[in-house]
Structures are given as structure tokens and as C-alpha cells.
Write a protein that binds this ligand. Structure first.
Ligand code: ZN
Length: 296
């Protein structure tokens, strides 16, 4: 199971979050069969969503969505406070040649666009509150920088964000994934901020450290160098979709009797793909008849 930790430094003026998401990202890209560069884009966004979500309180569902003008089209991820996440990209086969340094050219398939954060709360208790929606233009298309820009611009929290996905040629295709989110709260010492920035600039690649079996706490050590910190909490995170046959049936029922009858007569059944996890749900003739029977 993947893990996420919370910590603080400098009397709580610096908030720290780190996550290893190797299994979570592997499961997502296995389901969507994304190209290598699209896998990196999706994996970074899933990881960023989990980190951002863990820094927040009071929400039921956190959506981070990138509407892109590039070949990938869109990246959509959703997480819950329980640490589960799911997501997809609009064009899973979008691809670009690797950069000269061997890194994926994520910005090459994302390009310009808009970064959205949507926070919904209350609906699990039957309250219908308007969701909180924040958005900023994409500044880099490399995802981590876009999370940092969003936090600085929209939430007024200066932040450092590192997100990484390392792929391999054989299953499960992801050898390492993870990320760090560091938030400077009001009163954070400027000198410490500069120290962290310098440390991060000289740190080895996040994914190579994760590939060497690092734990989330090791990622924080990597980011903070000499600065002492306390770990407050560790939690499990992972891929999870909330689709089900039951939901597929209620979706078909909601289309109304006329539509269900035409599915029965013309298609002899209904097949639905969940966009978030690529799971298939097939309702055969007798299933549709049963749905119709309950409507009358
Ligand atoms: Zn699903």
C-alpha cells in the first residue's frame, strides 16, 4: 500500500507533505493503457491531487482538472479525504519525443490551458452547497509547477511542489512515483525558505530515491536537508473508483422508459465504460427487462 505523511518544521510555519504513489499510479495507467508521456502526466496529477487533498480540511471530493490545448486534451483526477484517488486523460495515446535529458516532455503534450481545483463538501450529508472552484492558467504544463502556481496565486500559500513518475519497459510499467508538497504559512522565515529551495535544487531526482526504496520520510529529509522537522501522521493512500454495477443500473434507469426500451429493441443490451477506471458494465436483455419492469 502506498503511503503519505504529514510533518511540520519551524514551529509549524512550514507544512510538509510527502507521498509514495508507485502502486497508485501503476494501477491507473494499467487501466487506461496510457502512452509513456501521458502516464507521466496522469501520474503527476494523481500524486499532486493526493498531496493537495491531504493539506485541506472539510471536503468530500477534490477534483484537479487540467483542460489542455495540447494533444492530451484533458487530465481529470478526483480524490477523497480517505486517501483514495482516480483519474483519466482524454487522449491516452498522446505522445511526444523525450527531452534531451531523458525526461518525459509532459508540457509537450499538455501545452497551454487551465488548471482547475474543485472542492465539494456536504453532499454526503445531503447538503447541496456550491462547490469551491479555483482556476489559474497553466504556467508550465509540467504539472508540479502548475500546482505550485495555483497554490501561490489562488490560495496565497507559497509552495514548493515536486512530482515524479519513473517508468520501466515491463509490467507494472511504473518503477517509482511520488511527490513532495511544502507550504510556507504566514510567518515562515525567509532564510529557511531559501535554504529549502537550495536543498531542492541540489537534491537527487525524487524518483531515483523512491526507486531505491525510500519511505515518505526520506523524501522530506531530501527536501529539508539540515532543517529539523517532526512527522505528525502517516496514512495509507491508493487507487479506488466508486463505480459499480448498482450505479450502472441506476444510471440506465434514470434515462427513462423510452430510452431503455430502445436499448432493449435495438441494441439487445447496454454496455457502459467507466471513464475513471475503464471498468466495463454489461446489462443484458433480461437485465434491461428487469429495469423496465421496475419503472412501470
Ligand atoms: Zn470506475
Amino acid at each position: 500500500m502506498d503511503k503519505l505523511i504529514h510533518g511540520i518544521a519551524a514551529e509549524g510555519t512550514i507544512r510538509l507533505m510527502a507521498a509514495i504513489t508507485t502502486e497508485t499510479v501503476a494501477e491507473s495507467i494499467r487501466r487506461h493503457e496510457t502512452s509513456p508521456t501521458a502516464s507521466a502526466a496522469l501520474g503527476r496529477t494523481l500524486t499532486g491531487n493526493l498531496l493537495l487533498g491531504s493539506s485541506l480540511k472539510d471536503y468530500d471530493r477534490l477534483t484537479v482538472k487540467i483542460e489542455s490545448e495540447g494533444p492530451i486534451g484533458a487530465i481529470v483526477t478526483e480524490s477523497t479525504p480517505e486517501g483514495t484517488v482516480r483519474g483519466y486523460v482524454r487522449n491516452p495515446l498522446a505522445e511526444a519525443p523525450q527531452k534531451d535529458d531523458g525526461k518525459f516532455d509532459v508540457s509537450g503534450i499538455v501545452g497551454d490551458g487551465t488548471f482547475y481545483v474543485i472542492r465539494e463538501s456536504g453532499y454526503q450529508m445531503g447538503l447541496h452547497r456550491d462547490p469551491y472552484v479555483g482556476s489559474v492558467p497553466l504556467v508550465s504544463g509540467e504539472i508540479a509547477e502548475d500546482f505550485a502556481y495555483y497554490l501561490a496565486k489562488s490560495e496565497q500559500i507559497p509552495s514548493a511542489v515536486l512530482l515524479g513518475v519513473l517508468l520501466q519497459n515491463s509490467e507494472p510499467y511504473v518503477s517509482a512515483a511520488g511527490g513532495i508538497l511544502i507550504q510556507m504559512m504566514p510567518g515562515a522565515n525567509e532564510h529557511l525558505i531559501t535554504m529549502i529551495e537550495d536543498t531542492l535544487n541540489q537534491a537527487p531526482h525524487l524518483t531515483s530515491v523512491i526507486n531505491d526504496d525510500a519511505k515518505p520520510v526520506d523524501l522530506l529529509k531530501l527536501a529539508l536537508g539540515e532543517i529539523p522537522f517532526d512527522v505528525l501522521e502517516e496514512s495509507e493512500i491508493g487507487f479506488k473508483c466508486n463505480c459499480s454495477m448498482e450505479r450502472a443500473i441506476s444510471l440506465v434507469s434514470s434515462l427513462g422508459a423510452k430510452e431503455v426500451r430502445s436499448m432493449l429493441d435495438e441494441d439487445k443490451g447496454a454496455v457502459m465504460d467507466c471513464g475513471f477506471c475503464s471498468e466495463n458494465y454489461t446489462i443484458d436483455k433480461s437485465g434491461l427487462q428487469e429495469i423496465l419492469g421496475k419503472m412501470n
